[in-house]
Write a protein that binds this ligand. Structure first.
Ligand code: PHE
Length: 355
């Protein structure tokens, strides 16, 4: 047997054995290293006589190619095996604790707006919006509030710089006018939103939230207003019985006007709505003044109705036992973690207390 054949047989069987990367590298050096079997034979080609040289060189070349191919095949095999081994060993440990993600919370004001909207929409109110920056006409004049009325005072109202006309709305009542001007009666709407007054203490902040209500039709009277407010307060505070007191009051845009108090008591340091003999003011209301209807192009001889304005932040404080209004707007994430609501706990309805 020729020498080349011997080498071929020897190494083909060597390369056929179970090898790891290390052993394969050793074989590679044995054959193709600087002094390797194949390399030295190529170097010695020159010393072979010319006749034999050509055929020997061809055989040697073939052998070189075959062995290189075998080595690269083996190399691939070994690497695949290693990957499979890794996959088998690195199994997922399902007993590891999960990673926790930071979940956002719904602010109590947003939560209460959702709850209130849901309650009123059940009895046929739709939602309207108006701009935060209003002009004097919508905020005051159209609402039958004359030029010399104290509510227009610079001490209460934020006027925009360089403007005698533009201001931050002091209540949501201008949405009454905007709604009536763009449509035709009857109207049955609520309008939640931001409102602004120059005021700041434990129960007042310069920016706060109101919910306006307006119901205008052919024969809406104070009885409807009362019924609507009883329904709302019971649903919102999740109680069967409520004590509500209508106190005569004055607003330029309603006649007669009333302020509404709800009865409550403090039990074990917690506020209980609907019991006891303490009173808390929650809203202003009344029958829409004929002048307001006229300004909004509604004929007061044909149509009449009621309006009310509730402080949303105050509702949130009462329902969820939060006693400082200013914390609502300080953007302290720890506060929100504590008082906020789970985003997935969708308030399909006034379920706030049972969360
Ligand atoms: N706009 C009044 C306020 O801010 C509340 C109110 C609204 C009163 C509608 C009567 C009717 O105090």
């Amino acid at each position: 047997m020729s020498e080349i054949k011997k080498i071929k047989e020897q190494y083909t069987s060597k390369l056929d054995e179970l090898l790891d990367q290390n052993k394969l590298n050793i074989i590679k050096t044995e054959l193709f290293g600087k002094n390797g079997i194949i390399s030295t034979r190529f170097k010695q080609l020159g010393s072979i006589n010319e006749k034999e040289r050509k055929s020997y060189a061809t055989e040697l070349n073939l052998l070189k190619n075959e062995l290189q191919e075998l080595i690269s095949k083996k190399n691939e095999e070994i690497q695949n095996e290693e990957i499979n081994k890794k996959l088998n060993n690195d199994k997922i440990d399902v007993t590891l604790p999960g990673r926790s993600y930071f979940a956002g919370k719904i602010h109590p004001v947003s939560q209460v707006i959702d709850e209130v909207t849901s309650i009123f929409s059940e009895i046929g109110f739709s939602v309207e919006e108006g701009p935060d920056i209003e002009n004097e006409y919508y905020n005051f004049s159209a609402l039958n509030t004359p030029d010399n009325h104290p509510a227009r005072d610079m001490h209460d109202t934020f006027y925009l710089e360089h403007s005698k006309d533009l201001l931050l709305r002091t209540h949501t009542s201008p949405v009454q006018i905007r709604t009536m001007l763009k449509g035709k009666p009857p109207f049955k709407i609520i309008a939640p939103g931001r409102t602004y007054r120059h005021d700041s203490d434990q129960t007042h902040s310069p920016m706060f939230h109101q919910l306006e209500g307006l119901h205008i039709d052919k024969n809406i009277n104070m009885g409807h207003l009362k019924g609507c407010l009883y329904y709302f307060v019971k649903k919102f505070f999740e109680v069967d019985k409520v004590k509500i007191r209508f106190r005569p009051s004055h607003f330029p845009f309603t006649e007669p006007s009333a302020e509404v108090d709800i009865g409550y008591k403090i039990q074990d340091g917690k506020i209980k709505i609907g019991e006891g003999d303490k009173w808390l003011e929650i809203l202003g209301c009344g029958m829409v003044h004929p002048n307001v209807l006229k300004n909004a192009k509604v004929n007061p001889k044909q149509f009449q109705g009621y309006a009310f304005g509730v402080g949303i932040d105050r509702l949130a404080m009462l329902k969820y036992g939060i006693n400082d209004l200013r914390a609502f707007f300080e953007s302290d994430i720890r506060w929100l973690e504590f008082y906020g609501f789970d985003p997935l706990d969708i308030p399909t309805n006034y379920r706030g207390l049972s969360r």
